[in-house]
Design a protein. Structure first.
Length: 260
């Protein structure tokens, strides 16, 4: 069983001294892109919409502001729940909290992704991390730092194309996870995986094998994660809480890292 991690007294033992400070005394790093008119969505999806319902002074003499929002589940910084690509998998509201709040590690693959924007992060990349930092801890959230987050919100540089619709979906080029690495990650009993690109599969994928392999094992994914350059390789906790959508296949995600 993976351990549960309390929000108010996070204990982290990833090769360093344990910290029992309450989470608000840690350095908190926001790993979430803002949802607005610039938010990047899949080329076949519409974007984020904020509609003003009320804004201004009321007859009662007080200020009042309220908005409506509309968004696809999958866009911006978001969760992919297992049911997204695996029939019978956990829906957004049923992803266990111990897969969303857990020790984090960052696998830095920026160098190889800079020379190959279609790179698939594989076992060799993950084994290199272990040689440098020790075995991936059981129950960890693995974050793949491709460096593509620096291109946000430039669609063409981030996704490899600014085209929309099916033409855009066919022209995508960005790094992702090699599906052959999924059994290796499952052996480490990871809680979840995330990265700073639009999809856990690399851009040219047409069958989304990494999604299918991960979700068949009930491992959720976080996509379009921001600011991975602000995190150490290990020794922090990830708190990744999506909108709790009943029956959802994913949803907007507020994800932060707590560094002691």
């Amino acid at each position: 069983m993976r351990p549960m991690f309390a929000l108010l007294a996070v204990s982290m033992t990833l090769g360093c001294a344990a910290s029992t400070k309450p989470v608000w005394e840690h350095e908190l790093v926001d790993l979430t892109h803002t949802f607005d008119e610039h938010t990047i969505y899949w080329p076949t999806e519409s974007g984020f919409e904020l509609t003003t319902r009320a804004k201004g002074m009321t007859p009662g003499g007080y200020y009042y502001e309220a908005h409506g929002i509309a968004t696809p589940e999958h866009g911006g910084t978001h969760l992919d729940a297992p049911i997204h690509f695996y029939e019978g998998g956990a829906t957004t509201d049923r992803v266990p909290l111990d897969r969303l709040i857990a020790p984090g590690i960052v696998v830095d693959v920026r160098e190889v992704c800079a020379s190959d924007r279609d790179h698939r992060v594989g076992v060799a990349d993950l084994e290199a991390w272990e040689r440098a930092h020790g075995r991936v801890p059981e129950g960890a959230i693995v974050l793949l730092h491709t460096g593509f987050g620096r291109y946000w919100p430039d669609r063409e540089r981030y996704m490899g194309t600014a085209l929309r619709g099916e033409a855009g979906a066919a022209a995508l080029h960005f790094p992702g996870l090699d599906p052959a690495a999924v059994p290796w990650l499952a052996d480490r009993r990871i809680a979840a995986i995330g990265l700073d690109t639009p999809s856990i599969d690399h851009g040219p994928s047409t069958h989304f094998e990494a999604h299918v392999a991960l979700f068949a094992l009930d491992i959720p994914a976080f996509e379009n994660v921001a600011h991975l350059d602000r995190l150490p390789a290990k020794g922090f906790t990830v708190i990744a809480l999506p909108m709790k959508i009943g029956g959802g296949s994913g949803g907007p995600l507020r994800i932060v890292a707590a560094i002691p």
